[in-house]
Design a protein around this ligand. Structure first.
Ligand SMILES: Cc1cc2nc3c(=O)[nH]c(=O)nc-3n(C[C@H](O)[C@H](O)[C@H](O)COP(=O)(O)OP(=O)(O)OC[C@H]3O[C@@H](n4cnc5c(N)ncnc54)[C@H](O)[C@@H]3O)c2cc1C
Length: 540
């Protein structure tokens, strides 16, 4: 007789185990999917209501808003925010300009109706720099023409053109001379903060600007440059949109050189010597940046120095179009996991140090003339064509805030040691810490009076009051450290500093504000940030 088939039975304990493992797998999968997800829309998490106790919200001084139908309004009333998600501000309305006439007409409309105007582009400056309560916001992104003059080695652009768009036009023969380390920003927004990036020889954006066409508050158009209306030029560049509307910029361009990439892991404390001995005097060092470790075991102690050394003056004429960043979901996941504990921070550092080189994309074919057989070659446009989509996520309850602190080069080790201590104590997750090089810049409200290094930080916070309080406390500590080392902090970020700190870092502020009133007596151009500056200088 056949034996009865044995019935397969799971013990209760095994079942429980399976349920836990299965549930865990589902939870981990859902969490990973959430952390990898691209933004489903712009974040809008409220408003930080003051600068050092000075209230920022203000009441409208009009009763019945009127919207001239000849202007291209895209919103009448409503609110607007910036990339921080923490600057929600009610505005009169938004005009999407796509021709110069729209700008002139909008300024005339504002003058005739006693309204003020703010200029907005990608809105990646934080703290309400591109808008103000009840102001008309001119969205400049539609003014984005791009014309290359090969003979003059210049590109003439509308202020709404982004570096990304400009690179697509310039490639493969030419490249941008100076811009941020990522390409998502508008030219108008970049000029207004005098942005800087990976090319330390080219310096900040101001060094690549040949001339600007600017519309002043009274509607007149003025050309300015280092030699023509030089005083206006020094105020428009790095002038935070307060002196006039940049309508056009003529920018120097450079050949799209071929670079050999390399990276070295060093101790952060050795960086100043490395810079002095091997980098500063090397004319072939095209681009470079340094990333400090954010893992606890070697927090701001180890550093990866990325170099792009020139091996040929021009990229092959048949080079393919510029590619977009790859592995975006994975990179976004790693970034978002790093906010969730030390294990993931260490994993991120391991990825940056060990695995990233394996995935490097070498876009220019090697030839014996250019470099050795193992070399990875790219054109200048490749590393500069990075839209960092992995930095932006779909996590509405949190936001990532940028900081940048400039300090004299001799202060490097003392400054980093101080920053390490402050950031270790903070509960806020530090996602990125990079080192940049800037030169003394002759703009009215310059962030660098002398050649300097800077520390750029990307810090995560919750979008609630507790998150804001922690970010405020951290910022103030870092600003104090910066002041102790005779440095300055970059202004396009959150308004968390005190009025005294602002005045100590920027003693030229009263003169800058007086000039603003000289060029724009009625204060047509405004922003929340502008009102903050005035309050700090006691000129509110
Ligand atoms: C993730 C991230 C990375 C960054 N990396 C860098 C970096 O590597 N280097 C660096 O220097 N900065 C960096 N920044 C800061 C960035 O350069 C500034 O915030 C820049 O202003 C953003 O440009 P935007 O197009 O978003 O300008 P917006 O934020 O829209 O505007 C910025 C300012 O420009 C004014 N403005 C805009 N258009 C005009 C115009 N046509 N005429 C006159 N004024 C105008 C606005 O009124 C405002 O004051 C970074 C910021 C973020 C969020």
């Amino acid at each position: 007789m056949a034996e009865p088939a044995r019935r397969f039975r799971l013990s209760r304990r095994a079942l429980l185990g399976l349920a836990i493992v299965g549930g865990g797998a589902v939870w981990a999968g859902a969490t990973a999917a959430r952390l990898m997800r691209a933004p489903s829309g712009a974040k809008d998490a409220g408003r930080i209501a003051d600068l050092d106790g000075v209230p920022l919200p203000q009441e409208p001084d009009f009763d019945n808003p009127y919207y001239d139908p000849s202007l291209p309004w895209v919103s009448e009333g409503g609110t607007i925010n910036d990339v921080s998600a923490l600057s929600r501000t009610p505005v009169y309305g938004v005009v999407k300009v796509s021709e110069e006439k729209h700008v002139a007409d909008a300024l005339a409309f504002a003058r005739n109706n006693n309204l003020s105007v703010s200029l907005a582009a990608v809105r990646h400056s934080m703290g309400g720099q591109a808008f103000d309560d009840h102001a008309i916001v001119l969205d400049m992104m539609g003014l984005n023409s791009i014309e290359v003059d090969e003979g003059a080695m210049t590109v003439t652009v509308g202020p709404g053109a982004t570096w990304h768009e400009i690179q697509n036009v310039l490639h493969p023969r030419f490249a941008v001379k100076a811009m941020q380390s990522t390409d998502i920003f508008s030219v108008g927004g970049s000029i207004s903060v005098n942005a800087h990036g990976m090319d330390h020889q080219a310096g900040s954006v101001v060094g690549s600007v040949k001339s600007l066409e600017v519309m002043l508050a009274d509607g007149t158009k003025v050309t300015c440059s280092r030699t023509e209306n030089a005083d206006l030029f020094r105020h428009v560049v790095g002038g935070y949109g307060l002196f006039g509307v940049v309508l056009k910029a003529v920018l120097e361009i450079v050949p799209n050189a071929v670079y050999q990439t390399s990276r070295a892991v060093i101790r952060s404390e050795d960086f100043p010597t490395l810079f002095e001995t091997e980098m500063v005097g090397d004319p072939d060092l095209g681009l470079f940046y340094g990333h400090l470790s954010t893992a606890r075991s070697n927090f701001l102690e180890d550093m990866i120095v990325y170099r792009y050394d020139k091996v040929a003056d021009a990229a092959p004429a048949d080079m393919g179009p510029l590619g977009e960043p790859g592995m975006v979901g994975v990179k976004r996941l790693i970034m978002n996991l790093a906010k969730r504990g030390e294990v993931f921070q260490s994993f991120k550092w391991y990825m940056e140090k060990e695995l990233e080189p394996e995935f490097e994309s070498c876009t220019v074919p090697r030839t014996a003339a250019m470099a050795d057989r193992e070399a990875c070659l790219v054109s200048r446009n490749n590393p500069m064509h990075d839209s960092v989509p992995y930095l932006f996520n779909d996590l509405p309850e949190e936001t990532d805030i940028l900081h940048e602190y400039f300090f004299p080069r001799g202060e490097y080790n003392a400054f980093i040691a101080g920053a390490r201590e402050i950031l270790r104590r903070s509960e806020l997750p530090l996602l990125n810490a990079s080192i940049r090089v800037v030169h003394a810049e002759d703009t009215a409200l310059t962030y660098a009076k002398e050649d300097a290094f800077s520390l750029v930080l990307y810090v995560n916070q919750r979008t609630d009051e507790d998150g804001n309080a922690k970010m405020r406390a951290l910022t103030r500590e870092l600003v104090d450290l910066t002041l102790k080392h005779r440095g300055r902090f970059f202004l396009p970020y959150q308004l968390h500093y005190t009025r005294a700190q602002l005045m100590a870092a920027y003693p030229e502020l009263p003169a800058f504000l007086a000039k603003k009133r000289q060029y724009d007596p009625r204060e047509l151009f405004t922003s929340t940030f502008y009102r903050g500056l005035k309050a700090a200088a006691g000129m509110a």
